[in-house]
Design a protein around this ligand. Structure first.
Ligand SMILES: [Zn+2]
Length: 275
C-alpha cells in the first residue's frame, strides 16, 4: 500500500521517469543513458526505397528509447524534446563529418568547412495528428536539435517548409511497398519555401524515427522537385556500381546536397551492427 508520504513526494519529486514511468518532465539515468548510449551512425532499412537520402541515426529504437519517443509524441511530454533533440543533433553531426563529394566536396564545399551552416528540415506530421496531439513532435525535436548544434558551435537553424499536400493513410499496418505508394507525392514545399532553401549550404531532413524510409524518400523528392537540387544518392551508386548523379553531372547545383538524420531506427538497420 502506498502511504500518504509517497503520494506527497510524487507531487514534489516525480517517482518515475518519462521513459519508463509517469513523469512528464524528467528522465531517469537509465533512460537518459539509453538516449546517449550509442554512437550515431549510418542506418539503412533493407530494402531501402528509391530516392532515400543517406540517413544517420542516433540510437536503436527499442525499450527506453521507444518509450521516450512515444511519451513525447503521444503523451505531450514536451520536456523530452531537449534530450531527444540532443540525440538528433548527434545524428546530424555524424552526417556532417562523414563528408565527401556528396556534400559538395572540393570546389563546391559549403562555407565553414565540414561543420558549416546546416538547415534542418523536419518531415511534417499530418495536420490531423498535429491537432490531436497538440504539437508537431518532429518539428519540436528539430528545434531542440538546432539549439544543441548551436551550443556546440555549429550554425544551425530549422526551416519547416514541408507540408502534406494530401492526406495519407496511417502507415502502421502497411508493408514497405504499400508505405511507399501511400506517401509518394504526399509532401510539398510551402509557397516561398523553395526560395528559402536556395543557396543555404547543407540541408538535413530530420525525423524522429525511420521505419521503411518511405517518408524520408518522399521528403527528399519534394525538396528536389521544389528547388531543382539533385540529391546525390551514394547508396544507389554503390548498388549499381556506377554513378547516376555524381558531382558535376548535369542538373546539379554545385555544393548543394542533402542528407537525413533521425533519432531512432530499428537495431537491424544500423550498419555498425551488420557483419
Ligand atoms: Zn527511465
Amino acid at each position: 500500500m502506498r502511504g500518504w508520504w509517497q503520494d506527497l513526494s510524487d507531487l514534489v519529486l516525480p517517482a518515475e521517469c518519462a521513459g519508463c514511468g509517469r513523469s512528464r518532465t524528467t528522465l531517469c539515468t537509465r533512460c537518459s543513458a539509453a538516449l546517449r548510449g550509442a554512437v550515431p551512425s549510418r542506418v539503412r532499412p533493407r530494402p531501402a526505397p528509391p530516392g532515400m537520402p543517406v540517413v544517420f541515426g542516433a540510437v536503436p529504437y527499442r525499450n527506453a528509447v521507444r518509450a521516450v519517443l512515444l511519451a513525447h509524441k503521444e503523451r505531450g511530454a514536451l520536456g523530452l524534446a531537449r534530450p531527444l533533440g540532443a540525440a538528433l543533433a548527434g545524428a546530424v553531426r555524424a552526417g556532417l563529418v562523414d563528408g565527401g563529394a556528396e556534400w559538395g566536396g572540393g570546389a563546391g564545399r559549403a562555407p565553414g568547412g565540414p561543420l558549416g551552416p546546416v538547415t534542418l528540415v523536419p518531415v511534417p506530421s499530418a495536420p490531423r495528428a498535429v491537432r490531436a496531439r497538440g504539437h508537431d513532435p518532429t518539428r519540436r525535436i528539430a528545434y531542440a536539435a538546432a539549439a544543441e548544434l548551436r551550443r556546440a558551435g555549429v550554425p544551425a537553424r530549422v526551416l519547416a517548409v514541408l507540408r502534406q499536400r494530401r492526406a495519407v493513410a496511417d502507415q502502421s499496418g502497411l508493408d514497405a511497398r504499400q508505405r511507399l505508394v501511400n506517401v509518394t507525392g504526399a509532401l510539398e514545399v510551402v509557397g516561398g519555401g523553395s526560395g528559402l532553401l536556395t543557396g543555404i549550404g547543407r540541408i538535413v531532413l530530420v525525423d524522429d524515427l525511420i521505419t521503411t524510409g518511405a517518408s524520408l524518400a518522399e521528403a527528399a523528392r519534394a525538396i528536389a522537385a521544389a528547388t531543382g537540387y539533385v540529391k546525390i544518392d551514394r547508396e544507389r551508386e554503390a548498388d549499381r556500381g556506377r554513378s547516376e548523379a555524381g558531382p558535376g553531372k548535369a542538373g546539379e547545383i554545385a555544393g548543394i546536397a542533402f542528407r537525413a538524420a533521425v533519432v531512432a531506427a530499428s537495431p537491424e538497420s544500423f550498419e555498425i551492427n551488420r557483419n
